[in-house]
Design a protein. Sequence first.
Length: 175
Amino acid sequence: MYIPAEDSYLLAEAIEDYSGEYALEIGVGSGIVLDKLCDSFSFVIGTDTHFNSLIYCLNNLSKAVTLVCCDAASALAAKFDLIVSNPPYLPQDNIGITDSTIYGGLYGSELVLHFIRSSISLLDVGGKILVVLSDLSNIVQINSFTEEMNLGVKIVGKKKIFFETLYVYEISHKF
Ligand SMILES: C[S@@+](CC[C@H](N)C(=O)[O-])C[C@H]1O[C@@H](n2cnc3c(N)ncnc32)[C@H](O)[C@@H]1O
């Protein structure tokens, strides 16, 4: 299970500026971000492919959330005011270490794009996606995707740590 780190805290902090009815987190890990979502949203759903993370959340979260073991948002058909994720965003290293909690593909952007593609149709009118990115992942590829899809992008969080700069991107439909 992913142990909360700077990226988890940056996303949890960014969430404080949002509220509404329905929220989704893709890739819940220990549930630290889910817990924060429960403070400002009435119905909170979380997904993860790592079954033991979901069990951990179930046993440790005191608030009512719905947990689904699935890839990204693939099992869901609801509409959300806010969708958040701290996805695995690091480029896969070449020394054979595989860790599905941190590595997001060869360029580090593949899973980020997969999560956005999987959930963009679930955004309610005026809804937002918040996603954590690092300058170690291929941000150019992510920017090209949002431009092609005519999505609005705003940086709503930023933190420089010793080996990377983290960002929270807010993504929404342009009207
Ligand atoms: C960087 S961790 C973030 C965990 C937690 N949200 C946090 O901020 O501390 C990424 C999470 O995404 C999950 N994950 C990886 N691939 C996934 C997929 N295809 N669908 C859903 N979750 C996935 C991992 O199991 C892990 O829990």
